[in-house]
Design a protein around this ligand. Structure first.
Ligand SMILES: Cc1cc2nc3c(=O)[nH]c(=O)nc-3n(C[C@H](O)[C@H](O)[C@H](O)COP(=O)(O)OP(=O)(O)OC[C@H]3O[C@@H](n4cnc5c(N)ncnc54)[C@H](O)[C@@H]3O)c2cc1C
Length: 371
């Protein structure tokens, strides 16, 4: 066999798995179609270290987010990576919204996040003097990270453990053979060749359902729906009016967390992401300028000083969602597929938020699945 373990995709999840599993397996390859790691969803997100508040009790999202958050802070300290444990304020802007905060507090406790607390008006004024809220919850363990540095460090660990990063190479097909898997690869110059692996991890993000289908695991419930998340920047000098993450109460169906304020480590402030399902799964990263009005309207209730012209289009990312439009919330799908006839093949499908926060815990989970 050409490799003991082949990982498809060098997003944050594939890299975290490569860093972890290369402690145990020798001949490890990461196959990535782009020229560098993290060119898709892993570099088009809010870079928030989520506390683990909102996800259904007992879900992988809840468990791996809470574990991953702790590991991520420790990892950043160990490797001196940039981050800020700035905390987040969740605001109710009317009496009607206040019961939703009680529910969030309760949900967080169920997930083992027991550090949330209500802020009184003096505390709101001290933390975020420029927001309007009738009531607010504070999540002290939420933070922000610089995802590129994090991914670079994961790649360095993997490479130091002997992992071969194979960039500019796309997985075109894969099939089961007696001793493992045969993978058809295409290089940048268009030449294709076969490669064999004893074990395969499918962490191909937006293409993970396609990879699974190519192998023969073709289930309607594993089909991904691209859901675009767009951002608008708050132009200077008004970006200075906000210090940390500020969220409204989320949509009841949890498609997204509601258009919120995201700060980054270079003091940039953006609003977003929204949640727009795409009709077909196309790589459409355009920010629709017409959305500016929707964004402005949606945050005006807690940022009353924000004018329409204070916003500019920033960027967009695509969520790989198992939850279709109007469907119930879905969990991450992370399975070792022996039961479906594919031993030592691990599928990771629907790794939307909090995939960045959870990445180190996802890697441990995959390691356990391959025990
Ligand atoms: C708008 C938005 C905001 C978000 N905000 C947050 C947040 O604040 N906090 C948080 O924790 N999470 C957040 N997330 C989620 C987080 O970004 C993802 O969960 C995470 O980046 C997923 O990483 P990944 O490695 O699974 O996927 P990707 O980053 O998509 O990586 C998959 C890789 O596989 C490669 N690939 C695909 N097909 C092939 C093929 N055939 N051959 C070779 N390579 C292939 C791709 O090129 C890609 O590099 C957000 C997501 C979005 C869209």
């Amino acid at each position: 066999m050409d490799s003991d373990l082949t990982i498809i995709g060098a997003g944050v999840v594939g890299l975290a798995i490569a860093a972890k599993l290369s402690e145990r397996f020798k001949n490890v390859f990461v196959i990535e179609k782009h020229h560098l790691f993290g060119q898709e969803t892993s570099s088009r997100n809010s870079e928030v270290i989520h506390a683990g508040i909102y996800y259904p009790k007992g879900s992988l999202k809840a468990k791996l987010c809470v574990e991953g958050k702790k590991k991520l802070y420790e990892f950043c300290d160990e490797y001196e990576l940039p981050y800020s444990n700035c905390g987040k304020v969740i605001v109710a802007t009317s009496k009607d919204e206040e019961p939703a905060l009680d529910l969030i507090l309760c949900k967080a406790k169920n997930n083992g996040v027991d550090d949330l607390r209500f802020l009184n008006q003096d505390e709101i004024a001290e933390l975020e003097p420029n927001i309007k809220a009738t009531k607010a919850l504070f999540s002290p363990s939420t933070g922000i990270i610089e995802s590129h540095s994090f991914m670079k460090q994961l790649e360095t660990i993997a490479v130091n453990n002997g992992v071969q990063m194979v960039y500019h190479t796309e997985v075109l097909d894969l099939s089961k053979i007696d001793t493992g898997y045969n993978i058809l690869l295409k290089e940048a110059d268009g030449t294709s060749f076969s490669f064999t692996a004893k074990r395969v991890i499918n962490s191909a993000g937006l293409e993970s359902d396609t990879i699974s289908r190519l192998l023969g695991i073709d289930r309607p419930e594993l089909k991904l729906h691209f859901c675009k998340g767009q951002y608008f920047r708050i132009n200077p000098p008004k970006n200075k009016l906000l210090n940390r993450l500020v969220y409204p109460v989320p949509d009841p169906n949890m498609v997204a967390l509601g258009i919120h304020v995201t700060v980054d480590l270079s003091k940039g402030v953006k609003l977003g992401p929204d949640a727009t399902y795409l009709d077909s799964n196309e790589y459409d990263y355009k920010v629709d300028p017409l959305k500016q009005k929707v964004f402005h309207e949606s945050v005006k209730r807690f940022l009353p000083w924000l004018e329409f012209d204070d916003l500019s289009p920033e960027m967009a990312g695509l969520r790989p969602k198992l939850q279709g439009l109007g469907d119930e919330v879905r969990d991450f799908y992370i399975e070792e597929e022996t039961e479906k006839g594919f031993p030592s093949f691990v599928n990771l499908i629907g790794i939307e938020s909090p995939g960045l926060t959870a990445s180190l815990a996802i890697a441990d989970h995959v390691n356990n699945l391959l025990e």
